[in-house]
Ligand binder design. Structure first.
Ligand code: IYR
Length: 227
């Protein structure tokens, strides 16, 4: 156990971490980029099972994310029950059909053409796990009073980024799916009023035959300004 000392009545522990030589640092940062650049969102999943412990570990990794005032304003609902997955697919497809046919602008549909998506979401039943991330805008105290969380969107976004990285690291793949609107998830998963759906992330192995759009990522020049 690390030794605690108090600062203004609050416990602190000393922190240090492994560092590397300059050449090791160069190598590690480059290797990590090469490896991260192999991550792709997929829409064709295998139904091959994934051990529950793997899902628990990737969620623990996600929850190491920094968050406003360390409130950790997220709930990860993990769905493997086939009838709940079917209910989610049916509700998502109903919304998506309406979106693709009536709600999305021509410009939006044109922008999506390279991805060749449509309203059908069979991956919601095929993927062994659906992780539904909820953002918690506030908490309830023991006496039922509302207590504010901070930077909830930023915190959940970072946690989801770390979740996707942990999924990739475990050799699995995922999709960041945002059926719109997502309110049906509140009812289907029986969530409390302080939680709002944030992202729906199917997780599993890619199908044997899995293709992804041949997208290019922006160059360093395109994404940076140096001062
Ligand atoms: N939610 C729809 C549409 C969609 C929107 C964006 I922005 C994407 O990057 C991909 C899809 C769907 O999931 O099909």
């Amino acid at each position: 156990m690390k030794e605690q000392r108090m600062i203004n009545g609050h416990p602190f522990i000393s922190y240090s971490k492994e560092t590397y030589t300059e050449s090791e640092t160069l190598q590690r940062s480059s290797d990590f980029y090469e490896w991260m650049n192999k991550r792709r969102s997929i829409r064709e999943f295998s139904d091959q099972p994934v051990p529950l412990t793997v899902i628990q570990n990737i969620l623990l990794s996600a929850s190491t994310a920094p968050s406003g005032a360390h409130k950790q304003p997220w709930t990860f609902c993990v769905v493997s029950n086939p009838s709940i997955k079917t209910a989610i697919r049916q509700a998502a497809e109903a919304e998506e059909k309406e979106s693709y046919e009536n709600r999305m602008s021509e410009e939006w549909l044109e922008d999506l053409a390279p991805l060749q998506t449509d309203w059908q979401k069979s991956f919601l039943e095929t993927a062994p796990y659906l992780i539904v991330v909820f953002r918690r805008s506030y908490e309830f105290t023991d006496t039922g009073k509302k207590k504010q969380n901070y930077y909830v969107t930023e915190s959940c976004g970072i946690a989801c980024g770390m979740l996707l990285t942990a999924i990739h690291h475990a050799g699995l793949a995922a999709l960041t799916h945002t059926p719109s609107p997502m309110n049906f998830l509140v009812q289907l998963l029986n969530r409390p009023e302080n939680e709002k759906p944030f992202l729906l992330i199917p997780v599993g192995y890619p199908a044997k035959e899995c293709s992804v759009p041949d997208l290019k990522r922006k160059s360093l020049e395109e994404i940076t300004v140096w001062y």
